[in-house]
Design a protein around this ligand. Structure first.
Ligand SMILES: Nc1ncnc2c1ncn2[C@@H]1O[C@H](COP(=O)(O)OP(=O)(O)OP(=O)(O)O)[C@@H](O)[C@H]1O
Ligand SMILES: [Mg+2]
Length: 511
C-alpha cells in the first residue's frame, strides 16, 4: 500500500425512493488531516457521512477504517471505532445539563457503577476549556446560544476520544470570531493526530483550515485537490460545473417613502433604544456579533416577543403588533434563523410547506382548495430556486438542509409582503443558489419591497445592503451608508470600539 489512510470509502452507493443520493463516491482521509468536503445543496455530503456513522446502510461500496474493512455496523459501533459526528442540524438534549450532553452514553462511573457526577463536572470543565467555553457545566443546554451548543458538541466528540470527527456545517451559525475559535480547536485536534471531515458552504473557510479537499457534484466525487492547487473560482467550477458570475448582483434602485420606522424600541435585557427606518425599495443590512440582539430586534418588530417600550410605524402610521398574525396583516414577512425549530413542517410535503403561509389565497369561493394553483406555484418556485427533489410531493424532511431553506424562502415570497425580514437568509446555502437568492432579494427591492437583512457574513451584508445598521450588546452603534466602508470599520462598530449612534429624539424619561 502506497499510502496509509485512516479512512477509505470506496464506490459508495445509496438510494432513497426516487433519489440516487450517492452514485459511487470515494472519500480518502489521512491521519491528522483536516479534510474539506464541499458540494452544492443535495450533492450527498450529509448522506455519505450518515453512511459512515452507521445511520444509513450503504447499498454498495466498501469502508476501510485504519486499514480494516468495517461493515454492517451501528451508530454505537461507529463510536467505538472512534468516529464521531456533529450533525448539520443540532441534536443536543436540550433539557439536560451541558455535562450530561458532553458525556451522553459515555458517563464516568464510580467503583459501584453509579454515574460519578463530581468527576463528570470536573472533566466537563476541562473539555469546555479546550473548546474555549466558559459556562457552568450544570446549566441546561437550551440556555446556551447556538455557537456554544456547537462547541459543547465538539467537546462531546473530544471526550469520546474520536479518531475521526465529522463536522457537518459547524460554522453556519457562527460569527467570524467564533469561527476563528473553532478553527483553533480544530487545529488542536489535528495536532493530537486525529482527523476531521469538515463540511461547509463558506469556501474561504476551506482554504483557511483544510489540508485536502474532496468535491461532490450530484452524488459523485468530482475532485480530490489540495487547497494550494486550486483557487475559489476553480473550486466553484468543480462544484457547480459552471461559472458563477456575480454573487452579489445588487443594483441601484429608486427609494420610495419610509415603509417602516422603529423608534426607541426596547425589549427587556435583550436590546435598548433601537431606532431606524427603511424605505420602500431599500435593503437595510443588520450586522453584529452573535448575541448582539439582532434576531431579537426583528422578532420583536414581528410580534414574537413583547416589547418593553418604543414605537413602530408603518407607512407613517403607528401600529401595535402583538403577534405574527398582526405582523402578517401589516404586510410583514419573516424568514427565521432556526429553520428546523421554527420553520418547517417536517412530515408534510413541499407543496404544503411552500404555500402554508398563504393558504387563504388558494381557497375558492366554493370553499374548495385550489390544488392546481398550489401545485403550479410550488413547481414554479422549485424551478426558480432550483430545489433538488424528486417531486413537489416529497416530504420536506427528506430534503437536504439547504434545499429545506429554499422552500422556506419560497413560502415567504409567495405571501407578497411589503416589508421582509431575513435572518441569515443564505446560511447553509451553496454558492450557486446563494447568488440566485441574492438576485431575488435585489428583485424584491426593485418591486418596492423593504428588506431588513440580518447576516453574519460581512461580504453578504456589504454586497447587498444600501445601508448597514450595526449592533453591539443590544444597542445600535452605528447606521452607515454602504459606501467607502470596509469590513474592519463594520467590525469596529460591531465590537463597540466605535459608537456614534444617536437615539431618536422623543421625550425621554430618565430612570
Ligand atoms: N432520508 C432521505 N429520504 C429521501 N431522500 C433523502 C434522504 N436523505 C437525503 N435525501 C436526498 O439525498 C440527496 C442528498 O442529500 P444530502 O442531505 O446528502 O445533501 P448535502 O450535500 O448534505 O446538501 P446540503 O448542503 O444542502 O446539506 C438529496 O437529494 C436529498 O433530498
Ligand atoms: Mg448536508
Amino acid at each position: 500500500m502506497s499510502e496509509q489512510y485512516l479512512l477509505e470509502m470506496n464506490e459508495i452507493v445509496k438510494s432513497f425512493p426516487g433519489v440516487k443520493a450517492l452514485k459511487g463516491v470515494t472519500l480518502k482521509i489521512r491521519p491528522g488531516e483536516i479534510h474539506g468536503l464541499v458540494g452544492e445543496n443535495g450533492a450527498g455530503k450529509s448522506t455519505l457521512m450518515k453512511c459512515l456513522m452507521g445511520i444509513y446502510k450503504p447499498d454498495n461500496g466498501t469502508i476501510l477504517f485504519n486499514g480494516k474493512e468495517i461493515k454492517n455496523y451501528s451508530v454505537r459501533d461507529a463510536m467505538n471505532y472512534g468516529i464521531a459526528m456533529i450533525q448539520q442540524e443540532l441534536s443536543p438534549v436540550y433539557h439536560r445539563s451541558i455535562m450530561s450532553n458532553i458525556f451522553l452514553g459515555n458517563e464516568p462511573k464510580t467503583n459501584l457503577g453509579f454515574i460519578d457526577w463530581n468527576r463528570m463536572k470536573v472533566e466537563s470543565l476541562e473539555w469546555l476549556k479546550k473548546v474555549d467555553v466558559e459556562e457552568d457545566p450544570t446549566r441546561e443546554m437550551h440556555e446556551l446560544t447556538i455557537a456554544k451548543m456547537r462547541m459543547v458538541e465538539v467537546a462531546r466528540a473530544l471526550a469520546s476520544d474520536a479518531k475521526l470527527l465529522i463536522m457537518d456545517e459547524p460554522t453556519s451559525a457562527l460569527t467570524t470570531k467564533e469561527v476563528k475559535q473553532l478553527f483553533t480547536t480544530m487545529r488542536k485536534i489535528k495536532e493530537m493526530g486525529n482527523s476531521i471531515v469538515f463540511i461547509t458552504h463558506r469556501l474561504d473557510e476551506i482554504f483557511e483550515v483544510c489540508d485536502q479537499i474532496t468535491v461532490f457534484r450530484d452524488g459523485e466525487s468530482v475532485g480530490y485537490v489540495k487547497p494550494t492547487e486550486i483557487d475559489q473560482n476553480g473550486l466553484i467550477q468543480l462544484m457547480v460545473g459552471r461559472e458563477i458570475k456575480n454573487l452579489y448582483p445588487k443594483t441601484e434602485c429608486t427609494k420610495g417613502e419610509v415603509a417602516l420606522k422603529v423608534e426607541n424600541l426596547s425589549m427587556g435585557h435583550s436590546f435598548k433604544d433601537v431606532s431606524f427606518e427603511v424605505r420602500h425599495g431599500e435593503i437595510l443590512g443588520v450586522a453584529g456579533l452573535v448575541g448582539a440582539g439582532r434576531t431579537e430586534v426583528i422578532e420583536t418588530i414581528f410580534g414574537l416577543h413583547k416589547k418593553s417600550s418604543g414605537k413602530i410605524f408603518i407607512e407613517g402610521k403607528e401600529v401595535e403588533i402583538n403577534s405574527s398574525s398582526d405582523a402578517f396583516d401589516n404586510g410583514m414577512a419573516l424568514l427565521t434563523e432556526e429553520r428546523r425549530k421554527d420553520g418547517i413542517f417536517p412530515i408534510l410535503d413541499i407543496r404544503f410547506n411552500t404555500t402554508v403561509a398563504n393558504l387563504k389565497h388558494y381557497i375558492r369561493k366554493s370553499n374548495l382548495i385550489n390544488h392546481q394553483a398550489i401545485t403550479a406555484d410550488t413547481k414554479e418556485y422549485i424551478k426558480k430556486l432550483d430545489v433538488k427533489t424528486p417531486s413537489d410531493k416529497q416530504l420536506i424532511q427528506f430534503l437536504s438542509g439547504g434545499n429545506q431553506q429554499k422552500v422556506l424562502i419560497s413560502r415567504l415570497l409567495l405571501t407578497e409582503p411589503k416589508i421582509i425580514f431575513l435572518d441569515e437568509p443564505t446560511r447553509g446555502i451553496d454558492v450557486g443558489a446563494k447568488s440566485e437568492i441574492h438576485r431575488l432579494i435585489n428583485d424584491l427591492a426593485h418591486q418596492g419591497i423593504s428588506v431588513v437583512m440580518v447576516s453574519s457574513e460581512l461580504p453578504e451584508i456589504m454586497g447587498m445592503s444600501d445601508r448597514i445598521m450595526v449592533m453591539h450588546e443590544g444597542k445600535v452603534t452605528g447606521i452607515l451608508e454602504n459606501k467607502d466602508i470596509n469590513q474592519s470599520v463594520i467590525m469596529e462598530y460591531a465590537s463597540g470600539i466605535r459608537d456614534d449612534f444617536v437615539p431618536a429624539e422623543t421625550e425621554r424619561v430618565n430612570a
